[in-house]
Design a protein around this ligand. Structure first.
Ligand SMILES: Cc1cc2nc3c(=O)[nH]c(=O)nc-3n(C[C@H](O)[C@H](O)[C@H](O)COP(=O)(O)OP(=O)(O)OC[C@H]3O[C@@H](n4cnc5c(N)ncnc54)[C@H](O)[C@@H]3O)c2cc1C
Length: 341
């Protein structure tokens, strides 16, 4: 138990950790800080010999049956809106808030910038870690700064957009895992910015007259609900593998062998491939191995078929990786974090 001058007490508990893959998991020591002040006070006098493993909603984690490392969960939920000028608004949100509640609140105020990121599970604090993205928009497109506790400096500090080193599903928070605890995220949204309607099924909205930000959010939710299995019914962590990026020459040779292969050209003679297509074409859709399976409609989604453990999920993932290596000579990278026991 750790108590502070303010009278706040943060107590570590042994408890089971809910996660979107429904894997059985118990944390030996889970600290829960109810607000940002309590989190900072706790981190300033962190009572454990090792840094905490920060958990959000655990929708991007493959958890072991037991986590020995102390865990920290943030309960802070506040949102502050600050008008910059007639068109732009700064929004500062606490790490413990659910990401989609923030999107809903911003869209409700007519603010644009987050609508394509609707319905992504998880918390605000986890969003910068993998620079969440969907339908051509990434968090880094609207992020201004992040307030963190930095264990290397043993203090809180604000990190600018540039300092976050954002890339596709990547950031300094992922590269230097364990160093930072994200406390608040500040975004710059607008009442006017043009919508991004260039990707996937939301393209149809480009034809729509008098389009509102709420209409874009509704469409994104509708498309996502139709496409992605609900973790509440079919436990999953969303996309299980990153889309691989290969040199142009390799992409051209692959296309000769596999006509129809989905490819997206990137700057610098690089080509992004669709991991889901590769897995689907290799015949994995709807298959199962022990208690883990590949979703019958989404080859990129691995599911817990009931009572699966981390080992079952990782064995299926390894079998898929091996088959993709043999068929295409491509290394698939697992997107969610694998937590050590
Ligand atoms: C059905 C489904 C669909 C999904 N769709 C998408 C999608 O379209 N786009 C996308 O990008 N992702 C998607 N995801 C993945 C997931 O929603 C995101 O990665 C989300 O940001 C995870 O949030 P979380 O709170 O659950 O984080 P967790 O899974 O709890 O943690 C993820 C990582 O972030 C770290 N972390 C969490 N909070 C903090 C903090 N406050 N400070 C420091 N580190 C922290 C953890 O240590 C861990 O390394 C999907 C997942 C599911 C299940």
């Amino acid at each position: 138990m750790t108590s502070f001058d303010s009278g706040q007490v943060v107590e570590a508990r042994t408890q089971s950790i809910a996660n979107s893959l429904a894997l059985p998991c118990t944390g030996d020591k889970v600290y829960i800080a109810e607000d940002t002040a309590a989190a900072i006070a706790l981190l300033d006098r962190w009572p454990e010999p090792v840094r905490p493993f920060v958990i959000g909603a655990c929708s991007n984690l493959i958890l072991p049956e037991r986590i020995v490392q102390p865990c920290l969960q943030l309960g802070s939920q506040d949102v502050v809106f600050e008008t910059i000028d007639s068109q732009n608004v700064r929004v500062r949100a606490d790490a413990g808030l659910l990401w989609d509640s923030l999107v809903e609140r911003c869209v409700g105020q007519g603010l644009r910038g987050l609508e394509n990121l609707s319905w992504i599970p998880g918390t605000v604090g986890a969003a910068p870690v993998q620079n969440i993205g969907a339908y051509g928009v990434e968090l880094s497109d609207v992020l201004e700064e992040v307030l963190v506790y930095d264990f290397e400096h043993a203090s809180t500090r604000c990190m600018s957009l540039q300092e976050c080193h954002f890339a596709y599903r990547d950031s300094i928070f992922k590269q230097q895992a364990g160093r930072f605890v994200i406390l608040t995220v500040t975004l710059r949204l607008s009442l006017q910015r043009p919508f991004n309607l260039e990707y996937g099924e939301i393209r149809v909205l480009a034809e729509q007259e008098r389009l509102s930000v709420g209409m874009v959010r509704d469409k994104v939710i509708q498309v996502r609900q139709a496409k992605l299995p609900d973790p509440g019914r079919i436990p999953n962590v969303g996309s299980f593998f990153k889309n691989p990026v290969v040199p142009l020459a390799q992409a051209q040779s692959l296309l000769e062998h596999f006509p129809g292969m989905i490819q997206y050209p990137l700057p610098g003679d690089q080509v992004k491939l669709a991991a889901g297509w590769l897995i689907d074409q290799a015949g994995w859709k709807g298959t199962r191995l022990a208690r883990a399976g590949v979703h019958e409609r989404q080859a990129l989604v691995l599911t817990n078929l009931g009572k699966a453990t981390q080992k079952d999920i990782l064995e299926l993932a390894e079998a898929i990786r091996r088959s993709i290596r043999e068929r295409y000579d491509i290394e698939l990278e697992i997107e969610p974090g694998i937590v050590a026991g």
